[in-house]
Design a protein around this ligand. Structure first.
Ligand code: AKG
Length: 262
């Protein structure tokens, strides 16, 4: 489950890495099967879309559900994370960005560190974002757009947009985005369900509305070195968990128990 040298190279050069067929169909089906009850449970970690009223993102999931508790320690996610950052890390955030058919809305151009730094006082851009596609992601159902190599430009200048969507986000001005895209291009991260994505904290990214008839749910785990922990606790725990217990890698079969009991 380790990354090979060429995958590490790609990650370092592009700032992101796509790993197809990382999770099996059965594992994805198990994860997906947990979603209806989580989306229905009126938890404050469920953030509702401004326009449509459907859930935009469901957060704090490892504390709300046993399958997600196991998934957040899964070696397919954790082993490459330790390869990239060989030091104790804590679970900063665990969510599913739902982006439902016809109604899931935009994530503006941003890089995650702006929010982590401004809102939570994280000192350095060392957090890793680890995704799993829970649906097939194509060019039409709101894939993430990345600007390859933009993580090497450091911080891009950001401001807090609490108007465009229901989720306040530190975003990057269009003129800076334009310059970076002219220099580096733009790439959509697409792939079949079960695909994994890893990206760095200063990588410029965003995603468009989902106007298609296809749902596009993506699981996201953010890990941050304990030595680089938050210094502010203004946001709720589900947006940046306070628990600094080091994440440990669970058994590769950690989801099997649930698979066999279905
Ligand atoms: O789910 C998406 O489309 C984008 C999410 C994102 O950019 C983020 O969580 O930082």
């Amino acid at each position: 489950m380790k990354l090979n040298p060429s995958q590490i190279d790609t990650l370092q050069n592009q700032g992101f890495l796509v790993l197809p067929e990382r999770f099996s169909e059965e594992e994805v089906a198990l994860i997906q099967s947990q979603m209806p009850m989580l989306l229905d449970d009126h938890h404050p970690g469920n953030v509702i879309e401004k326009e449509s009223g459907v859930v935009r993102t469901a957060m704090g999931l490892h504390l709300r559900n046993e399958v997600f508790a196991q998934l957040a320690n899964h070696p397919k996610l954790i082993e490459p994370a330790f390869q990239i950052r060989p030091e104790p890390m804590y679970i900063q955030q665990v969510k599913v960005n739902v982006k439902a058919a016809f109604s899931g809305s935009i994530w503006q151009w941003h890089y995650d560190f702006a929010t982590h730094h401004e809102e939570d006082g994280v000192p350095e851009p060392l957090a890793l974002n680890l995704h799993i596609f829970l649906d097939d992601v194509n060019h039409y159902n709101g894939p993430l757009y990345f600007v390859p190599g933009s993580h090497r430009h450091g911080e891009h200048g950001a401001w807090l947009d609490d108007q465009t969507t229901s989720y306040p986000l530190w975003i990057v001005e269009n003129r800076i985005v334009e310059k970076l895209i002219q220099q580096n291009g733009i790439q959509a991260a697409t792939g079949e369900k079960g695909t994994m994505l890893i990206f760095y904290d200063t990588l410029l990214h965003g995603s468009p509305n989902n106007m298609s008839p296809w749902d596009r749910a993506i699981f996201s785990l953010i890990l941050n070195p304990i030595s680089n922990a938050y210094q502010k606790t203004d946001r709720p725990d589900y947006k940046h968990h306070r628990d600094l217990t080091p994440v440990i890698m669970s058994d590769p079969d950690c989801l099997s128990l649930f698979l066999h009991s279905r």
